[in-house]
Design a protein around this ligand. Structure first.
Ligand SMILES: Nc1ncnc2c1ncn2[C@@H]1O[C@H](COP(=O)(O)OP(=O)(O)OP(=O)(O)O)[C@@H](O)[C@H]1O
Length: 195
C-alpha cells in the first residue's frame, strides 16, 4: 500500500466569486476531478473546439464541499474519517505521520486543517483522538510522551507558530537533514520549553 495519500477538496465559491458571477469549472466524481473550460460554456454553434477538452485528474480522495446541499457533500467529519483516522492509527503504531495542506491563498487550507468552533477541522479532531487513545492504553502502559510542533511555510520562510513575540522580526528557521533522523527544523523550540 502506498504510504502517501493525496486528497483534493473543492470549497464553496467565496463572496467575490459569487458576486462576479463565477461558474464552477470543476466537478468531482469518485476519485476523479474533472475540469472543463468554463469560458466556452453556452456555445450554441455546435463547433468542436479543442479547448473543450475535459481534463481529468485522479487522487486517492476527492471531496466535493462546494455545496452543503449536494448529496455527495463532504463534511469535516467525512474528511476526518478518511484522513485523520489513518493519521491516528499510523501514529498509534509508532510511525511518524505527516499531514499537510497545500493550495493557493483562500483555497481552504485553514478551514480543512483547523476549521471553526462549530465545524472542527482535522487538527483539533486528531488532537482529541490522540488523547482519547491514551485513555485506552493496554494495562501496564500508563504514560506516554506527546511532542507538538506547529510550523508555517510561507513564501519559502519557515515560522514556528507556537513561538510568542513578533514573528516578522525573527529570521526564517532553517530546514536541515539529520543523517539518521531525516529532515528537521533547526531552532524550533520543544513545546515543554516554551514560555
Ligand atoms: N470546505 C469549506 N466549506 C465552507 N467554507 C470553506 C471551506 N473551505 C474554505 N472555506 C471558506 O473559504 C475561505 C478561505 O478559506 P481558508 O481561509 O481556509 O483558505 P486558506 O487556504 O487557508 O487561505 P490562506 O492561504 O490565505 O490562509 C474561508 O472563509 C473559509 O471559511
Amino acid at each position: 500500500m502506498a504510504n502517501i495519500k493525496v486528497a483534493i477538496r473543492v470549497r464553496p465559491p467565496n463572496a467575490r466569486e459569487s458576486a462576479d458571477g463565477g461558474r464552477l469549472a470543476v466537478q468531482v466524481e469518485d476519485k476523479f476531478v474533472k475540469i472543463r473550460n468554463a469560458k466556452l460554456d453556452g456555445r450554441t454553434d455546435g463547433h468542436v473546439d479543442s479547448r473543450e477538452k475535459l481534463l481529468e485528474f485522479c487522487f486517492d480522495y476527492c471531496y466535493w464541499s462546494a455545496d452543503p446541499a449536494a448529496p455527495h457533500y463532504a463534511s469535516q467529519e467525512e474528511v476526518f474519517q478518511d484522513l485523520g483516522v489513518s493519521v491516528l492509527s499510523g501514529a498509534s503504531e509508532g510511525y511518524n505521520v505527516c499531514l499537510f495542506a497545500y493550495g493557493q491563498t483562500g483555497s481552504g487550507k485553514t478551514y480543512t486543517m483547523m476549521g471553526t468552533p462549530d465545524s472542527l477541522g482535522l487538527t483539533p479532531r486528531i488532537c482529541q483522538g490522540l488523547f482519547r487513545s491514551e485513555d485506552s492504553f493496554p494495562d501496564g502502559q500508563n504514560s506516554s510522551r506527546v511532542e507538538i510542533s506547529f510550523l508555517e511555510i510561507y513564501n519559502e520562510r519557515v515560522r514556528d507558530l507556537l513561538r510568542r513575540g513578533d514573528q516578522k522580526k525573527r529570521p526564517s528557521l532553517k530546514v536541515r537533514e539529520h543523517p539518521e533522523k531525516g529532515p528537521y527544523v533547526q531552532g524550533e523550540i520543544p513545546v515543554d520549553q516554551r514560555k
